[in-house]
Design a protein around this ligand. Structure first.
Ligand code: NAP
Length: 548
């Protein structure tokens, strides 16, 4: 059901098609809450989509958390929405003792818990489960891959044996060995019959050198085009919409540059602390865990030049060009442009939280950052001189991801008497999650005899416009991996350029302990030093928008 516009606010509806980067889409503006015939989508990406070819999906790490929480629910929903190939098989591979039937039962229980639509549809589940099989084996055991090969061959000599998607939901240290064994067992070829693709999860390396080594391992037995590096952020509807929004709306396209934009803020905040993941986090930190992937991905979509087409390579070429245009950070720049932070004990929304150094598996004198704020400059024609502020952190007051494009203020002439220096500058906010949508902030006259001016907002909300249905990121990513569309996956040079940026920041931190201005209480918006970072240029952080 459609929600009513919020009282006292201007309500603007942007209509968008199903968002698929490989299909042309339209976003049409309308000031009404009913669909006019002119507002029909210019392309229905779902209807035009070619059915993917029959294939087998092999999940390494089949008994793990990712498989139960994300992969199987995503595959089930693709099946339910009739997006899977006409025939398919799913094979799980792990060490634990299971039969096909016992794995199916476990997956069914996981689906009851993690499916985005409940209850599970019994008819769909029955069809789906009949295509699910389990292969017990150790990733280090060559014989296990022979057994896998026999199982795949038992599906017939056609596409179910030749078209293979290998999902590596295991530790990155195991990727090289899996790829080598798959090749040895005649399951993975650079060229040959059918297609084979490898899907790998983040973290993709822990620095440039390790990412480079991992890339070499993966491409020893597969072409770069066969490797799908996942950043689940790219599967989100709202992230996919960034390109559609930018390049299908001339009114915003014209403003998207240094002449109109004062600065940009990208925030990815989490209310959770590290919890049980202290061991992992001690090796990662906020910079590697969030900035290297999600934040730089969002930045590149926000700031890249228009691609020559929506083909994967055109889009990825522009993203890489953008990342390469980021002004390099020498250690002295890191001190001025990057702030790290670590939470101490506090409370998030009334819930007490321990300090990071008191978390399980965390060193009591750890200097690992649970927060990072970065000021970047993009040295190209479009963005010269415009600061891009990125921040992410744990135990912050709100879980939200958003991009705020802050426009330049108007000359302070006409309204100086009413507002002094404080006439609000326009801002456009892309709300990636929650409250997915877009808001435009501008000034309006306060009704009455006086000349009062105050900021008001126009909101577009996905829920209000399209209803609650939004596919999970993994559904889109799995579908694109099966279809062989690489747009949503990260190319080798992209991941390596992102690591170069992150490595330069880490080099600036080398041997330096956190200072007092870099600690923050759990439940606050980060360390004071992060406010100082923006104050240098007269800016201030904006809290993510809450749309009621
Ligand atoms: N969970 C998430 O939401 C998430 C999100 C993003 C990225 N990731 C990444 O995805 C990967 C998997 O994560 P996860 O959370 O699912 O991990 P997990 O719960 O620890 O599962 C690991 C899986 O790998 C299997 N495995 C480990 N060693 C093996 C071996 N020698 N031979 C065969 N199978 C082996 C385990 O099965 P057996 O013990 O039965 O062998 C298990 O199925 C990790 O790299 C993680 O960083 C996970």
């Amino acid at each position: 059901m459609r929600k009513k516009p919020v009282t006292g606010e201007y309500f603007l509806i942007f209509r968008a098609t199903a968002l698929n980067l490989s299909a042309a889409c339209a976003i049409v503006l309308a000031m009404v809450d009913t669909q006019h015939p002119d507002e029909a989508p210019c392309s229905n990406a779902g209807a035009e989509r070619k059915a993917p070819e029959p294939c087998t999906i092999v999940i390494f790490g089949a008994s793990g958390d990712l498989t139960a929480r994300k992969l199987i629910p995503a595959l089930y929903h693709l099946c339910k929405d009739k997006m899977m190939p006409p025939t398919f098989r799913i094979v799980g591979f792990a060490r634990r003792e299971k039969t096909d039937e016992s794995w199916r039962q476990e997956l069914r229980a996981a689906l009851d818990q993690f499916s985005r639509s409940k209850p599970v549809d019994e008819t769909v589940w029955k069809d789906f489960a009949a295509n699910v099989f389990y292969c017990r084996g150790d990733l280090a055991d060559a014989a296990a891959y022979n057994k896998l090969e026999e199982m795949l061959t038992s599906f017939g000599s056609g596409p179910l044996r030749e078209n293979l998607l290998f999902y590596l939901a295991t530790q990155p240290s195991q990727f090289g060995q899996v790829v080598e064994e798959l090749h040895r067992a005649s399951l993975l070829h650079k060229d040959g019959v059918g297609w084979q693709r490898i899907v790998v999860e983040k973290p993709f390396g822990h620095d440039l050198a390790s990412a480079h080594a991992l890339n070499n391992e993966l491409t020893r037995y597969a072409h770069e085009s066969q490797v799908c590096r996942i950043d689940h952020y790219l599967g989100k509807e709202t992230v996919a919409n960034i390109l559609m929004f930018r390049f299908s709306n001339s009114i915003f396209e014209k403003l998207w540059n240094r002449n109109s934009v004062d600065h940009v803020q990208i925030t990815i905040s989490e209310t959770l602390g590290v919890g049980e993941r202290g061991g992992y986090y001690e090796e990662a930190g906020a910079l590697r865990d969030m900035a290297q992937n999600h934040m730089l991905q969002v930045l590149s979509l926000i700031a890249m030049e228009p691609p020559v087409s929506l083909e994967a390579e055109s889009v990825r070429d522009e993203k890489v060009k953008l990342l390469k245009s980021i002004r390099p950070l020498a250690p002295a720049d890191v001190a001025k442009q990057v702030v790290r932070g670590q939470y101490f004990a506090g409370a998030v929304n009334g819930q007490p939280r321990p300090g990071y150094r008191q978390e399980t598996k965390v060193k009591t004198d750890s200097n690992v950052e649970t927060y990072v704020a970065i000021k970047l400059f993009i040295d190209n024609w479009r963005w010269s001189g415009v600061p891009f502020y990125l921040r992410t952190g744990k135990n912050l007051p709100m879980s939200a991801s958003e991009v705020r494009i802050q426009f330049r203020p108007t000359p302070n002439v006409l309204f100086a008497a009413q507002c002094g220096n404080h006439l609000d500058a326009n801002a456009l906010t892309l709300r990636l999650q929650p409250n997915e949508g877009i808001s435009l902030r501008f000034n309006g006259k306060v009704p009455g005899m006086s000349l009062g001016v105050r900021p008001v907002r126009m909101h577009f909300s996905y829920d209000a416009e399209f209803g609650a249905y939004t596919p999970e990121a993994y559904e889109r990513l799995l579908l694109e991996a099966i279809a062989g569309d690489a747009t949503l996956f990260i190319r080798r040079d992209e991941v390596e350029t992102a690591w170069q940026i992150v490595d330069s920041i880490r080099a600036g931190w080398q041997g330096k302990a956190l200072t007092n201005r870099e600690f923050y209480a759990a439940g606050t918006w980060g360390p004071i030093a992060a406010d100082d970072l923006l104050a240098q240029l007269g800016h201030a952080w904006h809290e993510p928008l809450v749309i009621k």
